[in-house]
Design a protein around this ligand. Structure first.
Ligand code: PEP
Ligand code: MN
Length: 264
């Protein structure tokens, strides 16, 4: 079902009034790693909206490596995201981690994110397949492209065709970056599948200074959009501060993307 052989035309996924997968302008998803409080998410939502972002991201359920770190605000975080949507009009993207919370998260989110760590949580994928909400499926950090596409197949096989694939870096021997951004999969996915493809240069690099260059590279490689972590005070972020852009950094990137669009 995900293969281009059986579906030659690009799938366009609609999230509220935003279309992802069109040949036109790429889509920018921006926001903090995690929702940390009302002021933080509202401030960020307004800043990224003003800079030209299309969707607001923010984690309420966070898949943290260790259990002693901030795990997310859960439903309280979802409510704050809904408030931020009301304030800015930006559709919201947030992660869902388990099959039993799909209903809850889907009440608030416009686009449901499956994190890298859950790419092969097959019960979660099947549950998402039974909804009609669009899904942003991130590539597992050790998943081959074949496994990535097979994970998407689970969602489509249950009847939900609204899936966006997201490359977010993979584990390699290289330790200078958090992950290794596998940009070649962008044109390769476009050859093999009709589904839209996005790139997350924030988690792929783990390093603020690398986010803008890799975001631009992703768009040149053919990505239909990018996902960028932005925080009002990255040094104080409860998660992923080192890779989060400041508002100013995001403004600069958006200006560069606008200029780049003229050539795409
Ligand atoms: C995220 O987007 O906040 C996240 C946890 O990403 P990933 O699943 O790609 O690590
Ligand atoms: Mn993050």
């Amino acid at each position: 079902l995900v293969s281009r052989d059986f579906h030659p035309r690009n799938t366009i996924v609609r999230v509220c009034d935003v279309s992802i997968g069109e040949g036109k302008r790429p889509v920018v998803v921006a926001g903090p790693c995690a929702v940390e409080g009302e002021e933080q998410i509202l401030k960020t939502a307004r800043a990224v909206k003003k800079a030209g972002a299309d969707l607001l991201r923010g984690g309420a359920f966070k898949p943290r490596t260790g259990p002693h770190t901030f795990q997310g605000m859960r439903e309280e975080g979802l409510k704050l995201l809904a408030k931020a949507r009301e304030a800015t009009g930006l559709p919201i993207v947030t992660e869902v981690m388990s099959p039993d919370t799909v209903g809850l998260v889907a009440e608030y989110a416009d686009l449901l994110q499956v994190g890298a760590r859950n790419m092969q949580n097959f019960e979660l994928l099947k549950e998402l397949g039974r909804t009609r909400k669009p899904v942003l499926l991130k590539r597992g950090m050790s998943a081959t492209l074949e496994e990535f596409l097979a994970a998407a197949e689970y969602i489509l096989a249950e009847g939900n065709p609204h899936v966006i694939l997201c490359e977010r870096g993979i584990r390699t021997f290289e330790t200078a970056t958090r992950n290794t951004l596998d940009l070649a999969v962008v044109p390769l996915i476009r050859e093999m599948s009709h589904l839209p493809v996005m790139v997350d240069p924030s988690h792929a690099t783990g390093k603020r200074s690398l986010v803008a260059p890799m975001a631009k590279a992703a768009l040149v490689a053919g990505a239909h959009g990018v996902l960028i972590e932005v925080h009002p005070e990255p040094d104080k972020a409860l998660s992923d501060g080192p890779q989060s852009l400041t508002f100013h950094g995001f403004d600069v990137l958006m200006e560069e993307i606008r200029r780049l669009n003229a050539f795409l």
